[in-house]
Design a protein around this ligand. Structure first.
Ligand code: HMG
Ligand code: MG
Length: 328
């Protein structure tokens, strides 16, 4: 390259608008899933008191949206069979929203009986995973939701929704993003306030994420969807960065990277909340979370679960930046 060429490219670079990180929001909302998505996948049965300690530590760290358990069949997910007792014995706080998975009318009945103000319904974008997970076709699952979402709303309960296997299915492989948008639109039309898009087995890469997020932004505003990325192959943060760049504001995460779906072979740890918060604060994005206390919550998770957990910041420990970020 000649010196003249280098000069021109430097000038071009200076003149061009910053293509990356142009639309990153000032603040994002983190939806913490470790007590549900994390503990459902552990082989050990975690005592109730351990779950309560974990949730208390998450609240103390500043997390304000926490999925605490599932009102699913205890035969399918015995790890969360204590859902009622857990929900009943957690201190209620106006500023903290506790939510729980709910697959059907029986689940809603159980959630209402313990006074939850939010539930999350869930289905998959691929038939095979949906059947493995809830023993029904996608259409039949949506019919069940059409019978539980309106009554939940009438009872004053907010409803979130998940669509799993958006980036690909462990049984069927590729998933058509247009189909995912269609399912999400049906969920929003039913009354769900937000649809969380699951990379259930952690296979997404940034170009694919760009395509998925753009299709969603063509169909609905950014607050209507969230990213729920399992970090099985280490690409979750890269995919989140793409989401941020496109204006996504809601991200699911799990402290210390615990998690996975027991009905998706190969599913492993969620995006670790500490890793996400570390990156966001370094970029000046506000989360409302105290990273030091969050690292403490990760230590509580490790004690309660009784095995080393994989989150990177959890393992590396805190690092003090010499220069403070401008926001966060
Ligand atoms: P089924 O066997 O087809 O249901 O299961 P059924 O209606 O025939 O009922 C069978 C038995 O379960 C009956 O009891 C029901 O009463 C009972 P029995 O007569 O045999 O004694 N039952 C219930 N008990 C308590 N609570 C309920 C309930 N419903 C039925 N709500 C069902 C269908 C949906 C219940 C079952 O398949 C199930 O519970 N699946 C849940 C699987 C699950 O929790 N998977 C993990 C969560 S999804 C995930 O991790 C992905 C996500 O993180 C996003 C991502 O990563 O992509 C969200
Ligand atoms: Mg999950």
């Amino acid at each position: 390259m000649t010196e003249g060429t280098a000069e021109i490219s430097r000038a071009d670079r200076a003149a061009a608008p910053a293509p990356l990180l142009a639309r990153v929001p000032d603040a994002v909302s983190i939806y913490e899933v470790s007590p549900r998505d994390g503990l459902q996948n552990e082989s050990a049965m975690i005592p109730l008191e351990g779950k309560r300690r974990l949730i208390a530590a998450l609240v103390d760290a500043g997390l304000r949206r926490i999925e605490i358990t599932s009102f699913v069949s205890p035969k399918w997910v015995p790890q969360l069979a204590d859902a009622e007792e857990l929900a009943r014995t957690l201190p209620a706080r106006e500023d903290v929203t506790l939510s729980a998975l709910c697959p059907n009318a029986r689940g809603l009945e159980r959630a209402l009986a313990v006074g939850l103000r939010e539930i999350a319904v869930f289905l998959s974008a691929s038939e095979a995973h949906n059947r493995a997970n809830v023993n029904k076709s996608i259409d039949d699952t949506l019919s069940v939701f059409s019978e539980i979402v309106p009554p939940a709303r009438e009872a004053g309960v907010a409803v979130r929704a998940y669509v799993s296997t958006v980036w690909g299915c462990p049984y069927e492989g590729d998933v058509d993003p247009a189909r995912v948008v269609h399912i999400a639109e049906r969920l929003i039309a039913l009354g769900c306030y937000q649809v969380s898009l699951g990379d259930t087995i952690g296979i997404g890469t940034p170009k694919q994420t760009h395509d998925i997020v753009r299709r969603f932004l063509d169909a609905m505003p950014p607050e209507r969807f969230a990213l729920h990325l399992h970090d099985t192959r280490g690409t979750a943060l890269a995919n989140i960065l793409i989401g941020l760049e496109l204006g996504v504001r809601d991200f699911d995460a799990s402290v210390a990277g615990v998690g996975g779906c027991p009905y998706a072979p190969g599913a492993a740890g969620n995006m670790a909340t500490e890793d996400l918060v570390f990156m966001l604060h370094g970029m000046g994005v506000h989360t409302g979370v105290d990273l030091d206390k969050l690292i403490e919550a990760g230590n509580v998770a490790e004690q309660v679960i009784g095995r080393p957990l994989p989150g990177k910041v959890h393992r590396a420990g805190p690092f003090r930046l010499r220069r403070q970020p401008t926001k966060g």
